[in-house]
Design a protein around this ligand. Sequence first.
Ligand code: 0RQ
Length: 504
Amino acid sequence: MSDRIANPALRAKVMSPDEAAALIQPGDNVGMSGFTGAGYPKAVPLALADRIHAFRTHGHDFRIGVWTGASTAPELDGALAEADGIELRLPYQSDPVSRSKINSGLMEYIDVHLSHVAQMAWEGFLGKLDVALVEVAGITAEGHLIPSSSIGNNKTWIDLADKVILEVNSWQPEQLQGMHDVYYGTALPPNRKPVMILEAGDRIGVPHFICPPEKIVGIVETHAPDRNTAFKAIDEDSRAIAEHFIDFLDHEVRAGRMPAGLLPLQSGVGNIANAVLAGLGESGRTGLTAYTEVLQDGMLDLLESGTIRLASATAFSLSPAGVERFLAGIEFFRERIILRPQEISNHPEVIRRLGVVASNGMIEADIYGNVNSTHIMGSRIQNGIGGSGDFARNAFISTFVTPSTAKDGALSCIVPMVSHVDHTEHDVDVIITEQGLADLRGLAPRRRAERVIANCAHPDYRPMLEDYTERAGKGAWGLQTPHLLGEALSWHRRFMDTGSMRAH
Ligand code: 0RQ
């Protein structure tokens, strides 16, 4: 037994993963920890997948509802989806097996704004939460639970569930203790109070989760790493996108809309977001702050170089090399990083007050500035909206980034009409591709279209977009947001029929 469980009464509850999995029954809703591959339970979901397989072998069905913070890893989403053990999954996920089950109609998926999940669970729409299955870094002598590498919805799951199962992971650094800020002041209307974060680094909570010991029905000890996928090397397109973004920030400072120290930055997930952070590091700025969800490798660079002095988030999402660096410099980083529940890291009130500058990835944007972050060809889910909507709607400036084409140029990421809308034209201020940047603030729809096409579309697709816009400008039913409805989605149709959006 490791020395991570300092409370004697709770030490007595240590059991095997199989014994813990046996506490989860068919039809249960299970609130699990985990956010962008960090801090998810690593042993019990695998044991549960075995239990589900065994049930099936004996002719019995076994499915559960899986609620998390965000994406997890093959040991959780992958294993349970493979076993056809998930009836309903929420919120954001990015596992390929789950994606395939969802897109084949075998698994239900609710894609919720990440800041809304906790309130939705409290409101009762999702049914009863039977079990919370949460990874922690340790348990103090008083019985307080030390959070691990993500917080996500763990506080809510522990509060709401009938039973709590803990995984105490000794792979997680002990020095995480003290980095977290768990806020216990949330309530439903009409009892809500202001969330008093006035600067990105403000602390308003406690560094641990509080859980009545009698609710804890089992504790499993693990020593296993987080998922930790490596980032792609920064390519030319990502570098160009980062340069446009940084030029834009300089422009905003010169225009007097932002202080020289900028406003708190939010940066989404993925390779391009990581490249944007790297570009910021080369810009020579210092003393910035981040109010964001996820801390990728690029953020460690910025903290080390002093570009960013403080970062608030709900989770890490580091590559294996990033984990090594984090561990080597943990005393330095723990002074500069705060992890919060996702209902606070993504809180609309706080994002609006701080004036966050948001930057998120997307699948496609249309000429008027509507953005699709989630669905390929309007129907196949890629990942989910995650926190991008929390930030896009409430940010001071909301930017979306993508290469101008995908799949070796067979797809244009700038299209006449998006095949699915996550962020409406009203929530999208700036679109950036490697071609350039379209600042849409203050522009009416037809002027937005001109700018998006001229600045962001790939030259191979620009003439087709100009042609569409010109004809729509003459033949549309109305000229506020001109569209030819019979043709607006024909580019997607062509891709599905021929494998390319190109006309020939
Ligand atoms: O597919 O993997 O099969 O090659 O989409 O695209 O270019 O690798 O970009 O990793 O930055 O992800 C929007 C998915 C972008 C991500 C999205 C295909 C492309 C590839 C991935 P392959 P890239 P990224 C904070 C904020 C929503 C949640 C969010 C995302 C795959 O940014 O999930 O922002 N965002 N959360 O080939 C068809 C197009 C395409 C396309 C790209 N136009 N049509 N396929 N692809 N463009 C974090 C959280 O909330 C947790």
